[in-house]
Design a protein around this ligand. Structure first.
Ligand code: AMP
Length: 543
């Protein structure tokens, strides 16, 4: 027997309508290339998103057509999320930091018919023009007065594209399983792969994110997503912030600049901010140098890579800011876990709490996790057993766009292989220990390169550290520590090993330490281990 409840589809236009009705006066502050502080209200966002939807319909888009965006975090990009996705088209956010050939590949692979771009990416697109013939219309996110000259055919300014359109628009009644957004994984190997989100997944994900034990967002918050709108939907913030009516601060192209972030946070009263560890390093370094304290910020959500303990400590001790580590993937919308302490942990000492906070976090309702061994046997949640981490749930991809199962990312029983290796403790806290493709297997046992890197990063003379496995005659593989020294600092191999000694298991101690000037990164700032392993292919551990 079915229940007797309305079958209201979970579509993103419902978030916009709710925000317009209930929080129309709430402010959105943006830094753009041409305006250090653009301000408007939710109601303005909603009206302009409707104008964009009208303009795209007039252009002749059909349901499911892809519209690409190459843009930083600002109000026009946010309008695109709703104006495109809400109208039944697919908002394909593109990472401008990818290599040009990858950008051309994904525009073609996605078949973007229209492309919205910040003015600063015009030279890049002009170079790619011959390779992205699918794009019929370029829309430059500026107005006519500031529209740069371009060799691109069919380029108009965003303001002229939407300017004459009505702000009245009836959002179509879509199927909640219709595609709404597309994001390609940065891909450390092979071609980037497209993750195609649907309305339902994004609404459910946003619902999960706002919960108190997850991001705990409310109408009283002021949220600054440093995580880009092109990186997994800025971790859902465009949907979750509007769902609750939080003030939004969007840092535009200045997201990596510690001083800009500090000024925005203090000036606008930012209570929550989200980003990868690298940006927080920039902010913390700026505060240290300038002798500044974060007075308004209450908490940060840090994910995308392991969060060094020293970072959690610096936020806590210097700024009284609580760090919530999160873990997820492009394929997971992205949120899988978030680190917030349970009731029985409230009385722990500060140091014991810190130990828990260095873990990736605990499962949130909507994402099921399991760890398995090589034979797919489930491993215990004892905080010790390491295994391949698999997930399933309504906001986790079931396949990649236009790959028809060929990526082989799912198990026979329907779980998604994350490629991460993890422990899960009895309280449900998951800790990433490595990636499947990145594991160091020494004498049949796993060594976590990430944990060694984290400890090495805590040394004051280390700017960056990476650990890879290198061949060893007895143990098959042993860890090699690769270090970039901090500017003006010196440290020797023996000093590095002494620093690690006692902080990690003895048998994890790297076999050697080498100092380099550069460590290769992917376009999203992760260490490119595959490239690093290639660079050290000829390396042999000293006898
Ligand atoms: P992406 O799809 O580019 O966001 O990358 C997802 C991957 O980033 C995950 O599979 C992990 O390997 C890594 N990652 C994300 N969050 C964390 C975290 N808190 N600790 C360690 N690795 C993480």
């Amino acid at each position: 027997m079915h229940g007797l409840m309305m079958d209201t589809p979970l579509v993103i236009s419902s978030i916009l309508r709710h925000a317009d009705r209930n929080h129309g006066e709430r402010e959105i502050v943006s830094v753009t290339a041409d305006n250090p502080r653009h301000r408007y209200r939710y109601s303005d966002l909603c009206g302009r998103a409707r104008q964009l939807a009208n303009a795209l319909a007039r252009f002749g888009l059909s349901r499911g057509d892809r519209v690409g965006t190459l843009a930083w975090n600002d109000y026009r990009h946010l309008e695109a999320y709703y104006g495109i996705g809400g109208a039944g088209y697919v908002c394909h956010t593109i990472n401008p930091r990818l290599f040009p050939e990858q950008i051309a590949f994904i525009i073609k692979h996605a078949g973007d018919r229209v492309l919205l771009t910040d003015p600063m990416f015009l030279p890049l697109l002009e170079k790619l023009a011959g390779h992205i013939g699918c794009v019929e219309q370029f829309i430059v996110l500026t107005d006519d007065a500031l529209m740069p000259s371009t060799t691109l055919a069919n380029a108009v300014s965003y303001e002229s594209f939407i300017g004459s359109e009505s702000s009245e628009y009836l959002w179509p009644e879509l199927d909640e399983k219709d595609a709404v957004a597309l994001c390609y994984t940065s891909g450390t190997t092979g071609d980037p792969k497209g993750v195609l989100y649907n309305h339902r997944s994004q609404v459910l994900h946003a619902y999960a994110c706002i919960a108190p034990d997850v991001m705990g967002l409310s109408s009283r918050d002021c949220v600054l997503p440093v995580v880009p709108l092109f990186h997994v939907n800025a971790w859902g913030i465009p949907y979750s912030a509007l769902m609750v009516g939080a003030k939004l601060v969007l840092p535009g192209p200045k997201m990596g600049d510690g001083e800009t972030l500090y000024t925005l946070m203090e000036g606008e009263g930012v209570t929550v901010s989200l980003g990868v560890p690298t940006v927080w390093m920039a902010l913390l370094q700026y505060c240290d140098k300038a002798g500044k304290r974060l007075n308004k910020l209450q908490r940060t959500v840090i994910g995308g890579a392991a969060v060094p303990e020293s970072m959690i400590r610096a936020f806590r001790d210097k700024h009284d800011v609580l760090v919530h580590q999160g873990w997820g993937m492009t394929e997971m919308s992205p949120l899988g876990t978030l680190n917030s302490l349970k009731a029985n942990m409230q009385e722990l000492s500060a140091e014991d709490k810190l130990k828990i906070q260095t873990k990736a976090g605990r499962g949130i309702y909507g994402v099921e996790m399991r760890i398995v061994d090589d034979e797919q046997n489930e491993l215990p949640w004892d905080g010790v057993a390491y295994g391949a981490l698999q997930v399933r749930g309504p906001w986790i991809c079931s396949d990649y766009f236009r790959l028809d199962g060929s990526a082989g990312a799912h198990t026979d029983d329907g779980w998604f292989e994350t490629g991460d290796v993890a422990t899960i403790d009895a309280e449900g806290f998951m800790a990433i220990t490595d990636r499947t493709k990145d594991v160091i297997k020494s004498g049949g046992e796993w060594i976590s390169s990430i944990e060694i890197e984290n400890v090495a990063m805590g040394h004051a003379s280390v700017a960056e550290a990476a650990v890879i496995g290198v061949p060893h005659p007895k143990w098959t593989e042993r860890p090699l520590l690769i270090v970039i020294k901090a500017e003006g600092k010196d440290v020797s191999k023996d000093e590095m090993l002494a620093w690690l000694d006692g902080k990690i298991a003895k048998w994890w101690l790297p076999e050697d330490v080498v100092f380099v000037d550069e460590i290769p990164h992917t376009a999203t700032g992760k260490i490119k281990k595959i490239e690093l392993r290639r660079q050290f292919a000829e390396y042999r551990i000293p006898a």
